[in-house]
Design a protein around this ligand. Structure first.
Ligand SMILES: [Zn+2]
Length: 125
């Protein structure tokens, strides 16, 4: 894992049954050196004017790039993940403590990994 990825990592999101996601909380303009994440983030942002989204924390609408504070990217923790999912945190909520963002992300990711919860990454030390 590169230094850049470590900095972008939010946490591992794991289900008791064994399904795992690697999650990344990133700035929308942050270049990502993982192509699948970069592509998912770019196409999500490109679709914004046509596809209105909502913030995972406050449910406020996000209709333009300027409203995006952070992106929450997640991929299955497998060697060649098939797809990445993208959620957004609005400008106002992006300043909240990581714990609050993690709580919202846990709820948002329930559809991907039901019953999952965040586990701190070793790299947080
Ligand atoms: Zn918000």
């Amino acid at each position: 894992m590169s230094r850049h990825e470590r900095r972008a990592s939010l946490a591992r999101y794991r289900q008791e049954a064994g399904n795992e996601l690697n999650t990344y909380l990133v700035d929308p303009d942050q270049p990502l050196d993982v192509p699948i994440l970069q592509n998912a983030a770019r196409s999500w942002l490109d679709a914004l004017p046509r596809r209105m989204r909502s913030c995972i924390v406050c449910s406020g609408l996000i209709w333009e790039r300027q409203r995006v504070g952070r992106l929450l990217l997640s991929v299955p923790a497998v060697p060649k993940p098939p797809a990445a999912t993208v959620c957004a945190v609005c400008c106002e909520c992006s300043g909240l403590p990581l714990a609050a963002l993690e709580r919202a992300a846990t709820v948002a990711l329930q559809t991907a990994v039901p019953g999952g919860r965040f586990e701190p990454l070793d790299t947080r030390r």
